[in-house]
Design a protein around this ligand. Sequence first.
Ligand code: N0T
Length: 534
Amino acid sequence: LCSVMPLVLRAAEKPHLETRNGRHALIVDGAPFLVLGAQINNSSSWASTLPQVWPALEDMHANTVEAPVYWEQLESRPGTFDFSTADLLIKGAREHHLHLVLLWFGTWKNGNMHYVPQWVKTDPKTYPRVINAAGKPIDVLAAGSRNNLQADQRAFAALMHHVAEVDAQEHTVILVQVENESGIIGSPRDYSTESNREFAGQVPAEVLRALHKQPGTWTEVFGSRADETFQAYQQAHYVNEIAKAGKRELDIPFYCNVWLEYPIGELPERQIPNPGIGWPSGGPTQTMLPLWKALAPAIDMIGPDIYSDDRKFYTSVLDAYARPDNPLWIPETGYGDSYAAYLYLALGKGAIGFSPFGVDRTGWTWAPAAPDDSAAHRREPEGPRAHTSNYALLAPMARELAQLNLEGKLQTAVDAPGQAEQELDFGQWKATVRFGFPQPDGRPAPGTPDHSGRALVAQIGPDEFLVTGVDSSVFFHTAGHLPGIGSQILQAEEGHYVDGKWVPLRLWNGDQTDRGLNFRRSGNAVVHIKMGTF
Ligand code: N0T
């Protein structure tokens, strides 16, 4: 059996996004690339800590590192730039055969202004803050301020200019994140005199158009969401202007990450959405995404940071952000094992990449607090074990998977309560996935206790499929027929891809194929199956 498709890499081609029939791919060196990423901790982009970063990424089999670049370090004196952080990251990424996603910690970091230089922090007259409803300035820069915008633009553009210069040949840097979880923590909007005046006026036509609304004031049109929508309007414009200034220097895909709107607890008084407290107000949350897509065209993608492993919530977020005009990209997600199956869920929805947060050996791990604050949840996860086995399995065929996904040929199944058996539909061929072992004949599949069972099936020819999984069995049959009735396995070959070429290892048969291709918990096999009919 030969390789899926010839991969001709063109190193000089700039990273860019390609969209075909509403599906997307990130093109790196001229071919689709699946980002199997890992984000390092916030304070890890330093010469003193990077030695603890690279081995962790290598062990994880990541193909891409996400790392921050700090405005306070880049421009500690106004107009004087120190590019050493970007240089260190680019050099280290190259030495470790990784691609790099640069994260611009500028005006916003998690809904605050904590990464702006001291000369900005100490001069609120020139660089105004958000004013809260009580009339007090808070530690968030105002999005309505021209000075704030120009200061950030100048720094970001300088950084992009430098990257364009040092990375013109190799394109180590494949994506740039503009700001980090932008928004306001501490107020639903800016209540400065100018903002109040604007807020009292009519909603601009571009906002009405984007959201299909009738004219009126902000309060008339958006009711209880007026403050947040107003802030999103100011902020999307600001971020778009930053991105435009950067793109003039470095024309590669830019994205924003999002602190999501999480489901609110059971208590009735907490059912009211609480922008500025529950999440940073004005960011591209599930609710504000349509407005952001319309107002920030220089941002190519908006990617959710997903820190809840609740299956329903995770799925709803993937569905909200996977759009014909927004490639699905998960720039941050939980580092613990309970998040690993969601890589498969994301791939099944066409994701161009995925990246657990907090991967390095600086002695720091971060996991969100559990709603019930239980001790079990407060325990720190013991390293990205399940993510590591995913990456070990998928990294060698990351480009093949990205290409197949762009063509709409890849499907996945992930175990869920009551769904221990699932069917993937490839037209003439159906793939039935059953989760958990043992699977006694004639009885329903047991499912996996932690719902971590997962399977991936991609069609690589009319009767040929690439199949892999964990804790699952996969059998093929034709519509309305059991396996073995009118169809048969011609050959099931285990192997792997090496530089775009399929290298066979052995044939599977007997116990390994009789009740489906059986992928056990230690899941590390990829099978190229050839079906036939009779
Ligand atoms: C993330 C990370 C880092 C259900 C958290 C998450 C990263 C930033 N913020 O450590 O700070 O730089 O983007 C926000 C968490 C929401 C809480 C969800 C609880």
